[in-house]
Design a protein around this ligand. Sequence first.
Ligand code: GLV
Ligand code: MN
Ligand code: MN
Length: 444
Amino acid sequence: MEEAACEAESSIDLAHGNLLLYSRVSPRQCWRIARGTFWRSSISELAFEQLWSAIADIGRDSVTGGYRRFAWSEADVRMHEWFAGECESRGLELTEDRMGNQWAWWGDPDGSTAGSIVTGSHLDSVPDGGAFDGPLGVVSALLAVDRLRADGLTPRRPIGVVNFVDEEGARFGVSCAGSRMITGVLSPDRALALRDADGVTMADAMRAVGRQPEQLGPDPEALSRIGSFVELHIEQGRGLIDLSRPVAVGNGLWAHGRWRTEIPGEANHAGTTRLNDRRDAVIGCAHLVLEARAAAEAHESLATVGKINIMPGGVNAIARLATAWLDARAADEAALSATVDQIAGQVASLGGVMVEESRTPHTDFDNALVTRLTSLLDDAPVMSTGAGHDAGILANAGVPAAMIFVRNPTGISHSPAEWAEPEDCLAGVAALASVLADLAGVEP
Ligand code: GLV
Ligand code: MN
Ligand code: MN
């Protein structure tokens, strides 16, 4: 087959999971094409596409194309089942910790005094999230294991692939709830009482899908199995675009957190209440939003109000309450505190309250691990990120951790437009496989 025809027939759309390849040729033909040419359609690309397409429709909104894989929702349960099935088909032993994070083991996780080499990420999403944030790390981890096995290698130290639950905190508000719980940063009592937008507690959400919330708690045994943790993730900014490099090494996270603010007003009639007589919670909320922007500019930080709930929410009613959630991030603790303090001052002057929902300190990943990954990956660029990750929670619990970022050609993330080119995804798999081989030590 000529190369031009092959390219057309094997073109893929990873973000939307469209199987253009299979719509034109049979899977058997695809493998022949791949083996025959080794040009664009490498076997890895097909393997990637097969895994990717299996989850492409799970929790995807047919109108926006974005994902709604909220913790313990039907879509989330299906993602967990998919992960369990992939692990089973590879003969990886699946365990769950006290929070329900899934761990798949190649080798005995208690069989090395130095601990296991763990990789993976999460499978939940933000509202209308992209395809790559989280799943790219899990899919790449499975494929990296496949690649080591295809090369006939056996790790000396056990290798683990983890799927952390509720990383985004999209349903109950606390990000990285899975890793915060097992590291003891989030208490079971607090977690189980968190409520989603429909008033359902985390405890009831877990029970509804057959889980046992009374098991929740810190899990030092699960943590003790991790010798090193390397999370592969799509890049969520524009750091790699101009560097002509498909992957970077992550060396740390900005300080960041979430705060819930409540701005009071007085409910009244929109058509009869004179302007001077109004106490409109939405006007107060508007001041809060603008103050967040001003504080971010003043302290060289980031501050975002991305979710607002207005009560009672009638078109013809002045609002009695605005609940707004603030997300703030900064390269250092002082800038984050200054940002949040400035906004809190505004909230207080509006007669409102501001409550911290989660906060993660500035996090430096393990220096030796970062250095090792950088040299293994051909002096890859090193960068920190304003995004939060389970790797940060583990690092702050004393686990040597680092990250690998895969180039994002637009920088857009937490959006259906999130994207990574197929060849960059494969470069990520190759990078992760060589990192796992090096850290675990392999023998033929
Ligand atoms: C997670 O993606 C976050 O940074 O909020
Ligand atoms: Mn995310
Ligand atoms: Mn993520």
